[in-house]
Design a protein around this ligand. Structure first.
Ligand code: PEP
Ligand code: MN
Length: 372
């Protein structure tokens, strides 16, 4: 059960005390306080765990500080959509809105290799009106002998360049909780020129201790990749680990499933799940066409396979596209074969816009049909 308090009711208010007092006197109930400071208001939600069937919804709703009570029936308690649940499906971070009703493109380097390439990428993004990017500093690699990313050494120049080119949010994977401190320190040192969307990669989707640590911090929102060899339900539960620890600013990313049934793609594209995740949860949904497809092949119609699958995700309502670019893919230290060329960025963005428009038209048509 979720008890939503009236906006602006902080922990020190009398109303908060009354509600907590009432609930702590109920047998076999644990209370988790979840506070979220949005752009407009402070939102406080109390998650009740335990014998909630015995609680009276009406009695709780009659308490002064309570705005609404939601009885949670489904598995994804915090991030799920529940009956009569009109909690928000969007959040704002560093001036960028992330929601189930809009779309952001995060084009950038799979892995930071050198300052020149970071600058070329960011300049191209700015020239094309983009304020978000992806930049890998900590790379989880199959072989221990492969390039592992420049780690904290590259953070200062990546963040400074982001500031120079007005990049508001960088998606950056972390593979260990200590990376959060390294990122925070580098941001601090460089004067907070940008924001970070902390990415949990597909290899760590069920690294529960990492999820708990990332869920316990409120500095950064999280991009959680779907696990490549587990069910959707298992991956959505992983997202719930982040939220149950207190961080519900979570974006869920589809990146393809590991099976040779998807050959010749690197992974089996799973973007049919975009609307499913939006139906089951309130999370914005990201697609990663680069790691799904894994090549830059062009089909006879002249369109690249990466763009084809991007279109499939966007026309189904995806809210974020995470895509690899590189100035010289042949020289990229990680995932060169799937990187698009920087010169292809304007074309890629225009193609995405066509699919987004088509999605918006599809929504209008569906609404008309419902009201007819
Ligand atoms: C990545 O986005 O760089 C990455 C390693 O993705 P995934 O975890 O989906 O393989
Ligand atoms: Mn990669």
């Amino acid at each position: 059960m979720i008890v939503i308090l009236k906006p602006h009711l902080g922990r020190s208010s009398d109303e908060f005390g009354v509600v907590m007092n009432y609930l702590s006197n109920q047998p076999n109930i644990q209370i988790r306080v979840h506070e979220e400071s949005g752009s407009q208001q402070l939102l406080t939600e109390l998650y009740l765990i335990g014998d909630t069937d015995a609680l009276s919804l009406e009695d709780i709703e009659s308490l002064q500080g309570v705005e609404r009570v939601v009885r949670v029936s489904e598995a994804y308690r915090v991030l799920g959509r529940h009956k009569d649940d009109n909690r928000p499906t969007s959040f704002e971070y560093n001036g960028v809105k992330f929601g189930q009703d809009n779309l952001n493109v995060f084009a950038g380097l799979c892995a930071v290799d050198n300052l020149e390439h970071v600058e070329m990428m960011m300049r191209a993004l700015k020239d094309n009106g983009q304020t978000c990017t992806r930049m890998g500093a900590y790379k989880p690699r199959t072989s221990p002998y492969a390039f592992q990313g420049h780690g904290k050494n590259c953070l200062p120049y990546v963040f400074e360049l982001a500031g120079k080119y007005d990049i508001r949010v960088i998606a950056m994977e972390i593979t260990h909780e200590s990376h959060l401190d390294e990122i925070n320190e580098a941001l601090h040192q460089t004067g907070n020129p940008t924001g970070i969307l902390v990415q949990i990669g597909t290899r760590n989707t069920q690294n529960f201790e990492l999820l708990k640590k990332v869920g316990q911090q409120q500095d950064f929102p999280v991009l959680l990749k779907r696990g490549f060899g587990i069910t959707l339900d298992e991956s959505l539960h992983a997202a719930e680990y982040l939220a149950s620890e207190g961080n519900s600013r979570v974006i869920f990313a589809l990146r393809g499933m590991k099976t040779n049934m998807g050959d010749p793609h690197r992974n089996l594209v799973d973007f049919a799940h975009v609307p499913v995740v939006k139906r089951l949860t309130r999370m914005p949904v990201c697609i990663d066409p680069s790691h799904s497809v894994g090549n830059r092949e062009r089909t006879p119609d002249g369109i690249m396979e990466v763009s084809h699958v991007t279109a499939q995700g966007v026309i189904a309502g995806a809210n974020m596209v995470l895509v690899d670019f590189h100035p010289q893919p042949a020289k990229a230290l990680v995932d060169g074969p799937q990187a698009l060329l920087i010169e292809e960025l304007p074309y890629f963005l225009e193609d995405v816009a066509i699919s987004r428009q088509a999605y918006e038209q599809r929504c209008k048509l569906a609404q008309q049909k419902i009201t007819d």
